[in-house]
Ligand binder design. Sequence first.
Ligand SMILES: Cc1cc2nc3c(=O)[nH]c(=O)nc-3n(C[C@H](O)[C@H](O)[C@H](O)COP(=O)(O)OP(=O)(O)OC[C@H]3O[C@@H](n4cnc5c(N)ncnc54)[C@H](O)[C@@H]3O)c2cc1C
Length: 479
Amino acid sequence: MNMQSYSHTLLTELGNIVGPSWVISDEDLSRWEQDWNQRARGKAFAVVLPASTDELASVVKFCAQAGMPIVPQGGNTGLVLGATPDDSGGQVIVSTSRMKRILEIDVENMTASVQAGCVLQELQEAVQNAGLLFPLSLGAQGSCTIGGNLATNAGGTQVIRYGNMRELCLGVECVLANGEIWNGMRALRKDNTGYNLTQLLIGSEGTLGIITAATLKLFPLPSVQHTAWAALSDLDKALDLLQLAHRHLGPSLTGFEVMGREAVRLVVKHMPSLPVPFAPACEDAWHAMIDCSAYGSASGSGAVFEHFLEQAVEKEYINDVVVATNEQQRAQLWHIRESIPMAQAQEGLNIKHDISVPVSSIPKFVETAHDAIARAVPGARFVTFGHLGDGNLHYNVQAPEGEDAISFRHTFEKQVNQIVYQAIQQFDGSFSAEHGIGSLKAEQLLKTKSDTEVAIMRSIKDALDPLGILNPGKVILPG
Ligand SMILES: Cc1cc2nc3c(=O)[nH]c(=O)nc-3n(C[C@H](O)[C@H](O)[C@H](O)COP(=O)(O)OP(=O)(O)OC[C@H]3O[C@@H](n4cnc5c(N)ncnc54)[C@H](O)[C@@H]3O)c2cc1C
């Protein structure tokens, strides 16, 4: 059989499983092949869109028999090329976008069961309508899926109170590399019966199995939320402010974000209609957003929040502050914060890092990395923002004003990465706090982890995917 008719046979067989119109190969595949950051575009053999776990399992079984590698994909908003195929034209993208049903919201057990392709925001809204909260919250929530959130162990803006996706999941259903279905959809808060396979799959970025559904934890819906945006002189003050917030707000502190001056300026520049606090000057070096969720009367928690801010002003931790007085203003402040990734994308590609260090080391880390980069690349702009409460910063280095972003990245990426990785090591941090490894950081993983850790990871991969067909080239590279 020649190559063309072999391809045709494969496509026909896949079409027999999911229906011919759900195997896409002869039209523009860019929305699946191109990553969100426009960093790389692969070339897929086809995109296959199963409608159910059984169909997805049959697709995997067929691909395993044909020796055809699979790239699982949800909303394709990942930032480390985890859902991007290579450029061989030989990999199949398996998209979960048709598997998006909310299967059950169990109000009494405070759990939700959903299919993997459910869009995060749709789940948040449905849960809220049932009077509860699903707390995962991030800028891509209108497009990213629960399967992708689990596969990357997504974090976002409320980790300080509710934890990462890992903490929010009780069980998953998944399709293994041989097409077998494993149903671990247990809605139990306590279950010490051997190795926790759900936790193994979370954060595995589609390399150990394809998650098809999950049971997630829900929380009481806060009756009131208070949000403030403050201007600060430096990160040491931001750290003082964080400590003060912990002391005054306790577990009602649900978000603590920081944004460097350049990050805020880019929003002002590219989204001029947004009412950015303290614009247009943006003279303050740092901005912070503090979010507090409370139960009971608004006046009680409002007084506590106000007292916390008064103390912050009195102690000179902050230079200025605005407080949202209604839900619309609150949403607007969060919208401004969540517009930073889009604003920097509009400014042009930059050199990205998603670092974490112990919270107390953040100011020293930033000082160390800034100084070294400013010496090596004069004029570079620092687009730094992120989740200070979790010790996690998006530490991005942008071309000097007016310089071509692509050639800047090309010329300086290696050098800047080296400086940042060195600083991470100096402060015992991580080079990927919440975005994962994908193919973008797979080499770095090998450089950072001990031989023992790499060997354990490889044996887990070999045990669950002996043929190496699940997302090859991602997370853990073969020896
Ligand atoms: C504007 C913006 C803001 C963001 N903010 C944050 C943030 O605050 N915090 C944060 O943690 N992340 C953030 N991200 C990145 C984040 O990882 C993704 O938004 C999200 O978690 C990925 O979901 P997805 O459905 O788009 O997955 P995709 O991009 O489709 O896939 C991501 C990875 O998961 C795998 N995968 C997808 N679905 C499955 C499945 N069902 N089973 C197994 N593997 C699967 C893919 O193969 C790939 O390796 C942001 C991204 C953007 C664009």
